[in-house]
Design a binder for this molecule. Structure first.
Ligand code: ARG
Length: 699
């Protein structure tokens, strides 16, 4: 309308008056009324069209202004306008109620174009000098002065002379409209069974010009439920459904939405395990977005009953697809599945609502039959010889011939781990050691016996007879532990050349050359308790000297162990050095002094003789009594060992400990039973370390 009126007026003047138009394109300039500074002519009209580059506006100000005044500036005037708007109309010399002069006022164009028209009417009653005005192009600060919301920057605005540009906050991308800030949000994959998805920046307004894509992808068998929570605010339109921003949900073949507005959609139960969500925003609006929580459900599996003596974890009222249950058993029980024992067993709810396996059973731990203990017996404390968890059994050694080492209760309990456990020893077993030096039978007084006398059966159960293959006894020995005989080294070889002090292996007895008989009493007749044993190995003392009889001791390992009983029992090793004067018993099947061999085992009781006394006794015979020898016998002689007794035991009773121990083995002497000629024995205490090293026997 206005444009049309303006045109009518202009057209009128253009037709009527001498009008002309000046085009101005400079960044600044001067405009003056015609004839300035003289008075302007009547009936004239001049228009200046000022155009400056885009991004600039035009500032116009007057240095001089003197025009005819008329009501509403009907006659003469200066009019400032844009294409479609009159910015000001000036006339007169000073501003009144109805008319306006520019004075100090500056006229600013809204855009880069301004048109100024000067017009005078046909008559002038006085002289008017007109006007002198200047214009300059000024920069538009688009960042501050954009009244058009649609064109302003979304996040940041940067002004420069003649223009401006936009930029975005961190995490945003400038849209191709160079104005709005969008986000990259097309790559969102959710694979958890529950989750929360929100619009970008929620609950702050979501970005403009964005297309967000979210995928929930679960295993087949799940059904995803969706629920909008909290704020829901998506730009909408009163009439058109969601024309600007919206959220659309694709669940399997179904498409839900578009949704927008301020009212959240109702909870959605989809039947799908795969959901795609599209959220789109246009380039305007400040809405806060949405928050969506999802939860996957699956088919329910039937209730579970924990096994007897077991439990299931986690224990829930309901289990559904993918839920896993761990079955374990109480202490002392093991999971049994398909005849295989294990610690735990896991079962899982399948998508069809069944469990992938049956609940296994719990089987009580069984320690099994306890390991055999050599020379030991097992007794169960529980009825039926139960070997299951918590059952108790006891190891004991065959009494009275064996004793337990270490000295423990021997009670073992079946542990939850399936092994027999002892309080002190854990899983280790004790050992049953032969009892030494404790004969069942004790001898009647020996005091009244003179030249030795027959031994009572069973009073020296450790004595061993060494016989040749024909059964002829040639030496004695003593049982050590259950596998060793200690005897004299000189019993186990023949010294062919007595001048030669070196031992030749050809002179040595081989294991098959002799036999050991235990439980023996008679010399030649057989005894009901005798046990014949074969030899496995012979070990002579490494420092044995055949010419001096130094270290005249040897160890014979048996091929088989004897049965220990009242007639067969080992002798103990000495704990301490031997006291002189102590009474010892020497036994053997050796020669009587009348050169006769005895019917049965003979024994004598004699005192240990001081070492120096013994040395002196043999000094005249140039025989050395060394540290490894010990002498026994009475000064007046009479009682002595003799030929055939070699290797046999010289024992004494340890009154403190109550057992008999081996003091020495018969070794040598000058003749038998002669006055001041003592019997010389290999001193066991002296070589105890070597004996124990070889035999591993301990008391
Ligand atoms: N060497 C003798 C033997 O082979 C034993 C000698 C013991 N003599 C003695 N008088 N104590 O049997």
């Amino acid at each position: 309308m206005r444009r049309l009126l303006l045109c009518q007026a202009l057209c009128f003047f253009l037709l009527k008056a001498s009008a002309h138009t000046v085009e101005l394109n400079n960044m600044f300039g001067q405009i003056q009324s015609p004839g300035y500074p003289d008075s302007y002519p009547s009936d004239s009209e001049v228009t200046w069209n000022i155009t400056v580059p885009e991004g600039f506006r035009i500032k116009l100000y007057f240095m001089h202004f003197n025009l005819e005044s008329s009501y509403l500036c009907e006659y003469d005037y200066v009019k400032v306008e844009t294409e479609d708007q009159v910015l000001a109309t000036f006339c007169g010399r000073e501003t009144t109620d109805t008319e306006q002069t520019p004075g100090q006022e500056v006229v600013l164009s809204p855009g880069s174009y301004m048109s100024i028209t000067f017009r005078s009417d046909f008559s002038n009653e006085e002289r008017f000098t007109g006007f002198d005005a200047h214009y300059t192009a000024v920069d538009v600060d688009e960042c501050k002065e954009r009244e058009d919301e649609e064109l302003s920057c979304d996040h940041y605005c940067h002004n420069y002379i003649g223009g401006y540009y936009c930029s975005c906050r961190f995490g945003y991308i400038l849209h191709t409209d160079n104005r709005t800030c969008r986000v990259e949000c097309s790559d969102n994959l959710f694979t958890q069974r529950t989750g929360i998805i929100t619009s970008p920046d929620f609950p702050n307004p979501y970005p403009k010009s964005s297309e967000c894509f979210y995928v929930i992808e679960l295993e087949e068998g799940f059904m995803i439920n969706l629920q909008f929570e909290d704020i829901f605010d998506i730009e909408d339109h009163p009439e058109v459904p969601c024309p600007y921003d919206y959220i659309k949900i694709k669940a399997g073949p179904d498409v839900l939405g578009p949704f927008c507005g301020e009212k959240a959609p109702e909870p959605i139960s989809t039947q799908s395990h795969s959901i795609q969500i599209l959220f789109r925003s246009d380039n305007s609006g400040e809405n806060r977005g949405w928050r969506l929580s999802y939860r996957a459900t699956g088919n329910e599996c039937p209730e579970l009953q924990p096994p007897v003596h077991g439990k299931i974890e986690p224990l829930q009222a309901k289990y559904s697809f993918k839920d896993q249950v761990l079955v374990s058993c109480d202490t002392g029980y093991r999971v049994l599945k398909d005849n295989v024992e294990m610690d735990t067993f896991q079962i899982e709810c399948l998508k069809d609502g069944t469990w992938n396996n049956k609940i296994p059973t719990c089987k009580i731990v069984d320690c099994g039959v306890p390991a055999e203990l050599e020379h030991g017996v097992v007794t169960f404390s529980t009825r039926n010889n139960l070997t299951v968890y918590k059952s108790e059994m006891r190891y004991s050694c065959q009494q009275p011939y064996y004793k337990m080492l270490p000295n423990i209760s021997g009670i073992y309990t079946c542990s939850a781990k399936g092994s027999w456990m002892n309080k002190e020893m854990g899983r280790s077993l004790p050992t049953c050691l032969p009892v030494c030096g404790l004969p069942k039978f004790s001898r009647r007084s020996l005091a009244r016996i003179f030249n030795g006398h027959p031994a009572q059966e069973g009073t020296s159960p450790w004595i061993a007879m060494l016989t040749d293959p024909n059964g002829q006894p040639f030496c004695g020995g003593s049982l050590l532990g259950s596998d060793w005989i200690v005897t004299a080294a000189h019993c186990l070889h023949q010294l062919l050349d007595s001048d030669d002090s070196t031992l030749h292996s050809s002179d040595m007895l081989r294991p098959s050359d002799f036999k050991i008989i235990l439980g023996k009493h008679s010399r030649v007749r057989s005894d009901k308790n005798e046990q014949h044993l074969r030899v496995k190995r012979i070990t002579l003392h490494p420092q044995y000297n055949p010419s001096t009889f130094e270290n005249d001791v040897a160890l014979v390992e048996l091929l088989e162990s004897p049965v220990l009983n009242n007639y067969v029992m080992p002798i103990c090793l000495p704990e301490e050095p031997q006291q002189e004067g102590a009474m010892v018993i020497v036994s053997g099947w050796g020669k009587q002094f009348l050169q006769r061999l005895p019917e049965t085992l003979m024994e004598i009781e004699i005192p240990i003789v001081d070492h120096n006394t013994c040395q002196e006794a043999y000094a005249s015979l140039k025989k050395k009594v060394s540290k490894d020898m010990i002498c026994a016998g009475e000064k007046e002689g009479g009682k002595d060992a003799c030929s055939g007794d070699s290797g046999g035991p010289m024992v004494t009773l340890d009154t403190e400990r109550g057992h008999w121990y081996l003091v020495g083995t018969v070794s040598w002497g000058e003749d038998c039973g002669k006055k001041e000629r003592y019997g010389v024995y290999s001193y066991i205490y002296h070589n105890k370390d070597w004996i124990q090293r070889v035999t591993r026997v301990r008391n």
